[in-house]
Design a protein around this ligand. Sequence first.
Ligand code: SF4
Length: 361
Amino acid sequence: MSTTRHNWTQEEILEIYNKPMMELLYEAATVHRQHHDPNTVQVSTLLSIKTGGCPEDCGYCPQAARYHTDLENNDLMSVQQVKAQALRAKASGSSRVCMGAAWRNVKDGQEFDDVLEMVRTINKLDMEVCCTLGMITENQAQRLAEAGLYAYNHNLDSSEEYYKEVISTRGFEDRLETIANVRKTNVTVCSGGIIGMGEKVEDRAGMLVALATLDPQPESVPINALVAVEGTPLEEQQTIPIWDMIRMVATTRIVMPQTQVRLSAGRTEMSQEGQTMCFFAGANSIFAGDKLLTTPNPDVHQDMELFKLLGVTPQKPFVKKAQPETVEASDSQYQALGEKPKWSRPGHSIERNEKARLKKN
Ligand code: SF4
């Protein structure tokens, strides 16, 4: 059985990534079978609970307020709306709801209190709850944990070097700090990135080094293929070949044997055969629902058809880790501290981000 290592180097990871395809697939599938049931895939539903108007400048994101996309902004959803969506997701086979809010970081106050109530509500539906809300402090992570949060998503996006070419409003170290804050609780970590943003293969390996050398490694690693949205700085990037996605998934599987490798954005561009190769290479999680925050995603019926064809069944909730308990707000040990942490703001200039900001619709 392969063991989990935390001392991977970029050279070692590149060597794996560049193996002849048949060897890479065989090795990844072997590791996959040692640690997971190959006929089970976890299904998550991603819900955008607050859409658009984000102050950050992530070059791939249509939710950044500074770019000129056709996105409709929406304020924070109500707890009842979220509950209704979660029930729908559960009925269609999802075991996890991931709630995304277009915030730079979490601020204590009514909106965060509402999110905590959403977490309590979904955990009581016996579904895994994940949040992706931007940077958080240790106290905020503790409050989420108390509410019954199962996972916190905070992607590294790319290598530390290439991160600077995509985002100028926060630093790579802020990402690591938020992940470290989550690690001080019993909430699991979901962190991955995006390929197809114009990065080199070395950057893909660099991102995997950053993730695989975390100890413990993230329990979940989403691998996204860029969906180039008109009006964003990366609008002209070509869709990456499916082979890049398969290599990335297989390499992730080999260097992080126990993690759930999540086939995320970009699935609409992939054939059923391409997705099947990704499952064979070790992907064992997908996002369901016709939208991934704001970009298109295959319809859940299409996914279930593919599962049927492959003899794959959706993973039940809490098979990897026990369901957390929910502490009611009135019994909470952790209160809002009104912290104002100094997250970094490097503010260097990224030419294509500036160009997209200045471009009119
Ligand atoms: S990726 Fe997140 S932080 Fe970046 S602009 Fe989009 S919503 Fe904001």
